[in-house]
Structures are given as structure tokens and as C-alpha cells.
Design a protein around this ligand. Structure first.
Ligand SMILES: *Cc1c(COP(=O)(O)O)cnc(C)c1O
Length: 815
């Protein structure tokens, strides 16, 4: 977009306070990920759940000078205010105007599953054919769609936008803002069906998006969809695709055979090799192919484009680097849009120094001077310490970059220069087009090299936290338990991510754990559950908050506070014993406790207790008794204190099973990692951790031969045996060897055979077709699930996670 503030006001009936002639090109809605302040207005979006106005200050701190808001805050000086009646309606009005006055061809994608992946695939296939704009991430809602549309500018010829609804009557509103020429309907499933009476109602709502479309491309496997579309839109051009042969576009041959996929497209046949052959992936490929045909792309190019998708992983990885660096690897494609996303991602980290490796942008038809001017503007705003440019094109424009900039013909030249390996204590972004193979840089910068990794999906953690939050009152605070290295997953990385997402409290077990977080820049309040008695000085020095569970600890800690010269009331947390019999004050101690506390310079920040059996339906009565004791004893103490500290008792399964006892805060642990003892809740959570490795070797072991130490397994027929490089030193208990446990390959279980060795184990892969050396093996989470794996080990998921050895590389991913 490109409007003056006055023009925006005219379109939307807003009121300007300040400069009427400011040019606005971007609207930022999240103050944390503002990647550019130039010509950018920050919009404070108010929804019924949240007010964006509390982030105005941080947007201004970042350098924003134009604010769109329902209220003006005169304390901020030199700000131009666009005052609107309703922030969401403002966005929608502006987006509608903007879309209707743009001249691009538009594709609107809706459906239950596959919208985001299809949008990304289409974008990857089309951005080098036409200047293309798309929705970022999965921005598809009443707010996300308008924000996406506002990215359209004059140069764009094609727009690909996702449209998502979850309730009746929402599509009407979205269609009023956005009416795509090409409508694409993906699979309709039950994902959002909850708010609809019937499948038919859901379908009717979704297809309203196509009211003004010229072409509708839809998944016709669902016969009701097929019928409805044909009924309602018989006058439009309709193309159906899917697995069933009633579709105009379908797969002709048997997909389980190891041969090219042959697609029947009306009377034509188009064939391509496919690596991933699950139904969902192939259905998406059919949709992609159909849209590309519709846009007039030639068959050989379509096949090329589909092949290029093969290794697509739509995510940025953050990797622990050598010399205390963090390496963000985004080395599979490069365009302006993904550069912006990567810069946003970078801004979520708190490292003061940063460097960038950037390559030529390849395959674009537009003017390169203009393109690299835009690139350098984006990059210059980030104030990188050093910028390394790879490629002849971008190198020509090195003068445009303000940082210390060096240029290289190719990736090898940069490696040989050794510049990168000198960097210390920085965040390094690797951003390049695929052909430059800058992932080679990742190999050099990465701290540990191992085929075995523990992958941690941070978005899934956020989803799981939000799911638990959705059960609670909006005002209830949340503490995330990151003790024991966040259940083995990495307490800093997870705390940093949660801090960014406004977690209220963090909980650790010991002081050292809290100190590590503080040293690395975590500033949210941290409670220490078991502060050891020689650590109180450190507690105070690092602004940690101790759990106080006995008179002895109270006296010792208070002494330390006095000695430290701390002159305000120091925050502490009082633990009550309610039935766990671990730590805490008992009911007969409360009177004395209140007296001691009354003349001490301490602030009781919270009163809490812990449930011993909230995960056990059979102990409901006991748990209710614990809750009752807590209510009684905490109320008694509060009355004596004369003020009201916050109260909390629920852990993850407490949140789901005893929600009404949420008090002022809850403490989530295993639930944010995607595990619940309740199978209904489990379905709502997303898996967070997966432990993976690869096959080192496959051997055919003849009948009667033995495998591994002590010859504990002997084959009873000629058997295919694979060796994988994880053993008991990685945290796999030796007791699950010899056919107790399984690992997963291609979604099939393979039993562990023979004794587990220190660094390796052997598995029977007889039942796994096409298995090859180098194939990925899932130790847990997917198949087998973490829960199943814990069952092999005869323990609980908590112990499995905390047992994974530190030598296993942790990788953090965000979509
Ligand atoms: C570990 C812990 C939790 C979190 O328990 P989950 O079952 O993982 O949710 C909550 N409170 C206390 C005191 C804890 O030690």
C-alpha cells in the first residue's frame, strides 16, 4: 500500500491528529516484530480478548511515529495519531478499498486443511513468474486477511491469500472485503466444524467466498462439496481434483508403487516423481498442478516446479552455534517476503550483535537496481555488524549496505575467507537462494554434529499454552515450569520464547537454573522451588523469588535479605502442605507463620500448594480434599496477613481436570509439552518434542546368527537388521532392548533387537519396505508416541524427557 495519512482518513472516516501528509506503506500490528519503522504505522488492535493499546509504548520505543488507535495517548510526543472508532473495522474498510483498487489477479484459498501449505507452494511456484504477494504465515482471519491484503502494492501482478473461518456468517464479511478471481477449496474436514450444526452448513459457509469468482478449483472427493458447488455455481468454470475418479483431475496409477505419479488432467497426462506419497501431500500436489495449469504454465515447467518442492521445509531453524552464536538457518529460498519473515524472526532474539549472510535473489524478472535497493533498505534498518554478500548480482550493490560489508563470488569463497568462524556471541542469519547452498555454512557454524537430534517445536508449545489458557479466565496468570532444563528440552530457549510471548512467571527447581536464565537475559519473574540454604545471597543478587516452605528456611532467607542491604520488601512465595507430604507449612503452623511474617520486611508474592494426583481420576476425592485444605489454609493466612497475595495450586492436569480451582495463577509443565493423561485433551494438544536419528547401516543377517552383545537375539530366518547411532548413553534405557521397545521408520514400528549398546542399537526392519541407509528413524513422538515410548520404559513421559542426554543436539523450530 502507499497512502498519505489524510487519504487513509478519507477512506475510513478516521481522524488525524498530527501530520496529514505522512506516507504510510506498512501497517505493523505486533510491536515485537517490527522489522522496519520507515513509513510504517503501528495499529493497536482491540479485540474482545485483548487490547493492543498496551503495546503502543513499545512500538514508539522502536521508532514508530504513526499510531492507529481507538484512543490517543498525549503523553507521547511527536506522534501522528490516526484515531479510529473500531480498530478491526478500520482494517477491514481500508483493506477492502485497497484490494478493490488494485489490479492483480487474485487466488483465494479456503477449506479446512492444507490452506497454508498450498499457499506457500503456490507462492514458491509462482513468485518468479509474476511479482506475487501472499498472506504471511497463516494470516487468514477477520484481522489476518485485511493485514495480508494491505501488503499489495502496484508492482504485484498476482495475490495468493488464505481465508479462514471458524463460525457461521464469517465468510460473508470476508468475501465483502476480498473477492478472488480464482477460488481454491481444499479438503473440508472436521477441523473447525465445532461451531456448525452440520457439515452441510460448514460447506455452504465456506463456498460463499466464491460468490464473485470466475473459476473455482475444488477438492471433489467429498461428494457433498461436489454437489453444493455444482448447484450453486453452475455458471462458473469449475474444476475438481482429488483421489476419486469422478474428479476432472486425479491420479491414475497406484501411488504405493515406486514409480512416477501419473496425473490425469482432463484428457492430458502429466507425470512426476514423488518422494512423499501420503494422500494429503499428493492431494495438495493435485491442487497446485491444477492452479498452475489454469494460469497457463507449461507442463514441463509444472513438473520442474513440483520437483523443486521436494525438499521444501517451510521453517526457520535456530541452531546453537560455535562460540556462543545462535545461527538462524533459512537457506532454502530467498525472496523479499521470506527475507522480511527472517528479519522478524531475528528480532525475537535478544542478542545485541548480529551478522547476515545474504545471496543473490535469483529468478526474478524485475529490475535489479530497484530490487536490491529495497533489500538494502530492509537490511540497513537492522543495524547488522557485518553483512556478507554472496553472488555477482548482489555484490554489485554492496555500496547500498551500511554495515561492514564484504562480497564473495560463491559460498566456498566465504568459507575459505574464514570470516564467519571468527564471529563470537552474535546471532547470525543465513539467508540464501537454494543454488548457493549456504546450508554448508550451517554445517561449519553449528556447535555439535550429530545425526541424532531432539527437535523442539516452539509453535506447538505456544499452541498448547493457548489451549490451556482457553480453559481459564482471561485474567488468570500462567507460570511455566522450566525446571530441570525445561524437562530436558532447554530452559533458556524455551524461556526466551515464552518471555517473548508474555508468560507471567517462570518456575525453576534450583538457584543455578535461575541464574543461568538471568545471565542470558531473561527478565520475567522467576520462582525457585527449592533454594538451597547456601544460595540465598545469589537468589537476591539475581532477583529470583524463593519458595519458603519452613520456619528454618524463612529465618535463614530473612537473614540473607538483611545482610544484603535490600531495602524494599523482598518477594517470597509461601508453600502450604496440603497432602503431598513433600515441602510446605502445615495447618498448625499458620498462626505462628503469620505472626513472624507480620514484622518482617518481606512481601508474600504468592501462596501456593501442589497436587499430588491431579492426573489420576481414581484419586479425585483425595484431590478435592487437597483443594479444600488449600482454600481453607490460604484464606486463613490471607486474613491474618491483611493483604491478598496471588494464589495457585493447579499443574497441567489440574488445569484440565479441576479448572474451577484456577485461583489467580496456574503452573503449566508437561501440558505445554503436548502431553496429557486425558485422551480427549491429548487430541487438542500438539506434539512438541521429537527424537530422531538416521540409519547407519543395514545388513542381511542369515538365519540363526546372533545380533549384538551377549548374543541375546538370534534370527529365526534371514532378517534385515539396521543399526542406529543412539544407545543408553543418549538416554535410552537398556531395559527396552531385546524386543521390548520399538522405534519408527516411515510411520511403521521396528522392534529393537539384541542388547542396547552404549552408543548404538540394532532394529529389525524386515517389515519396512524400501528402507535405506540414511533414512530417518523416529525414536519417539509420532510413531511411537512419547507416551508409548514411556510405556516401553515402564516410566512416565517426564522421566523419558529428562533422561535424554545433553549430548543429543536440541534443535528449535518455528513455522
Ligand atoms: C513441576 C511442577 C509443576 C508442573 O507440573 P506438570 O504436571 O508438569 O504440569 C507444577 N508445580 C510444581 C510445584 C512443580 O514442581
Amino acid at each position: 500500500m502507499n497512502y498519505t495519512t489524510q487519504h487513509i482518513a478519507d477512506i475510513t472516516n478516521a481522524q488525524i491528529i498530527g501530520d496529514n501528509n505522512l506516507i504510510i506503506r506498512n501497517i505493523a500490528f505486533d510491536s515485537r516484530i517490527i522489522y522496519s519503522t520507515k513509513n510504517t504505522a503501528f495499529i493497536a488492535i482491540n479485540t474482545h480478548k485483548n487490547s493492543g493499546e498496551k503495546f503502543i509504548e513499545s512500538a514508539i520505543d522502536r521508532g514508530i511515529t504513526a499510531i492507529i488507535s481507538e484512543h490517543q495517548y498525549p503523553q507521547f510526543e511527536n506522534i501522528t495519531w490516526i484515531i479510529v472508532e473500531n480498530s478491526v473495522e478500520f482494517l477491514q474498510k481500508l483493506a477492502k478499498y485497497h484490494f478493490e483498487n488494485s489490479h492483480l489477479k487474485s487466488i483465494g484459498i479456503t477449506g479446512s486443511n492444507g490452506k497454508t501449505i498450498l499457499k506457500e507452494w503456490l507462492y514458491q511456484s509462482l513468485w518468479n513468474e509474476f511479482p506475487t504477494v501472499k498472506s504471511p504465515k497463516s494470516f487468514n482471519s477477520q484481522i489476518g486477511l485485511p493485514l495480508s491484503l494491505l501488503q499489495i502494492n502496484d508492482s504485484h501482478q498476482l495475490g495468493i491469500f488464505e481465508v479462514g473461518i471458524s463460525k457461521p456468517n464469517e465468510m460473508q464479511k470476508l468475501e465483502d472485503i476480498f473477492h478472488p478471481q480464482i477460488g481454491l477449496l481444499t479438503h473440508i474436514g472436521t477441523a473447525h466444524a465445532a461451531n456448525f450444526e452440520s457439515e452441510e452448513e460448514l460447506i455452504n459457509e465456506k463456498i460463499k467466498l466464491f460468490k464473485n469468482s470466475e473459476v473455482i478449483i475444488y477438492n471433489g472427493d467429498n461428494l457433498l462439496v461436489d454437489k453444493k458447488i455444482k448447484q450453486l455455481y453452475s455458471s462458473k468454470k469449475l474444476i475438481s481434483y482429488g483421489f476419486k475418479e469422478n474428479n476432472q483431475v486425479f491420479i491414475k496409477n497406484n501411488i504405493s508403487k515406486d514409480e512416477n505419479i501419473i496425473v490425469k488432467y482432463f484428457d492430458e497426462e502429466i507425470s512426476f516423481p514423488a518422494h512423499q506419497r501420503d494422500e494429503a501431500t499428493l492431494t495438495n500436489a493435485l491442487a497446485l498442478l491444477t492452479v498452475l495449469k489454469e494460469l497457463g504454465i507449461e507442463n514441463h515447467k509444472i513438473v520442474e516446479k513440483i520437483n523443486a518442492l521436494k525438499s521444501v521445509e517451510m521453517r526457520l531453524e535456530a541452531i546453537e552455534g560455535i562460540k556462543n552464536n545462535i545461527v538462524i538457518n533459512d537457506s532454502f529460498n530467498l525472496d523479499l517476503d521470506s527475507l522480511k519473515t527472517a528479519l522478524q524472526f531475528l528480532n525475537e532474539y535478544n542478542k545485541p550483535k548480529k551478522s547476515l549472510v545474504l545471496t543473490d535473489i535469483v529468478g526474478v524478472n524485475s529490475n535489479s537496481q530497484e530490487l536490491y535497493e529495497e533489500v538494502s533498505e530492509l537490511v540497513n534498518e537492522q543495524k547488522f555488524d557485518s553483512v556478507f554478500l554472496i553472488g555477482n548480482e548482489i555484490s554489485k550493490f554492496s555500496d547500498l549496505f551500511n554495515s561492514q560489508t564484504s562480497t564473495f563470488i560463491n559460498t566456498r569463497e566465504l568459507i575459505e575467507s574464514k570470516h564467519l568462524t571468527e564471529i563470537e556471541n552474535q546471532i547470525i542469519l543465513l539467508k540464501g537462494a537454494r543454488k548457493f547452498e549456504i546450508e554448508k555454512l550451517k554445517d561449519i557454524l553449528e556447535l555439535r554434529k550429530h545425526d541424532t537430534v531432539l527437535e523442539i517445536n516452539l509453535n506447538a508449545i505456544l499452541h498448547n499454552i493457548n489451549y490451556h489458557k482457553s480453559l481459564l479466565k482471561p485474567s488468570t496468570k500462567m507460570m511455566a515450569m522450566v525446571k530441570a532444563n525445561a524437562y530436558g528440552l532447554g530452559s533458556y530457549e524455551i524461556s526466551e520464547f515464552l518471555q517473548h510471548h508474555h508468560i507471567d512467571y517462570l518456575g525453576v527447581a534450583f538457584v543455578d537454573e535461575g541464574v543461568e536464565l538471568r545471565k542470558k537475559g531473561i527478565t520475567v519473574p522467576i520462582i525457585v522451588m527449592n533454594p538451597e540454604q547456601h544460595s540465598y545471597e545469589t537468589v537476591i543478587q539475581y532477583n529470583l523469588e524463593p519458595e519458603i516452605y519452613s520456619f528454618r528456611v524463612l529465618e535463614l532467607f530473612y537473614e540473607a535479605v538483611q545482610k544484603s542491604g535490600y531495602d524494599k520488601k523482598y518477594p517470597i512465595h509461601i508453600k502450604l502442605e496440603t497432602g503431598m507430604h513433600r515441602l510446605g507449612f502445615k495447618d498448625f503452623e499458620l498462626n505462628q507463620l503469620s505472626e513472624i511474617l507480620s514484622d518482617k520486611n518481606l512481601k508474600i508474592q504468592s501462596i501456593f500448594s501442589h497436587l499430588s494426583s491431579s492426573d489420576m481420576p481414581t484419586e479425585r476425592e483425595f484431590t478435592l480434599h487437597q483443594l479444600e485444605t488449600f482454600e481453607k489454609n490460604s484464606s486463613y493466612l490471607i486474613e491474618k496477613l491483611g493483604y491478598t497475595p496471588i494464589r495457585h495450586i493447579l499443574n497441567s492436569s489440574g488445569i484440565t481436570s479441576y479448572t474451577h480451582h484456577e485461583y489467580d495463577m496456574v503452573r503449566i509443565g508437561i501440558g505445554m509439552l503436548g502431553e496429557s493423561p486425558n485422551s480427549e485433551i491429548q487430541k487438542q494438544l500438539h506434539p512438541v518434542v521429537s527424537f530422531k536419528t538416521v540409519i547407519s547401516q543395514i545388513s542381511q543377517v542369515e538365519n540363526g546368527e546372533s545380533v549384538g552383545y551377549s548374543r541375546r537375539y538370534k534370527t529365526d530366518h534371514s532378517t534385515k537388521i539396521a543399526t542406529i547411532p543412539v544407545g543408553y548413553a543418549d538416554g535410552i534405557p537398556r531395559l527396552i532392548g531385546n524386543q521390548v521397545g520399538n522405534v519408527g521408520i516411515n510411520k511403521t514400528l521396528a522392534p529393537i533387537v539384541g542388547s542396547i549398546c552404549m552408543d548404538m542399537m540394532m532394529i529389525n526392519v524386515d517389515n519396512i519396505p524400501n528402507v535405506r541407509e540414511g533414512d530417518t528413524v523416529t525414536v519417539f513422538n509420532a510413531k511411537p508416541s512419547l507416551k508409548e515410548f514411556a510405556e516401553y520404559c515402564k516410566t512416565i513421559t517426564y522421566e523419558v524427557l529428562t533422561s535424554i542426554s545433553p549430548r543429543v543436539k536440541r534443535i528449535y523450530i518455528k513455522d
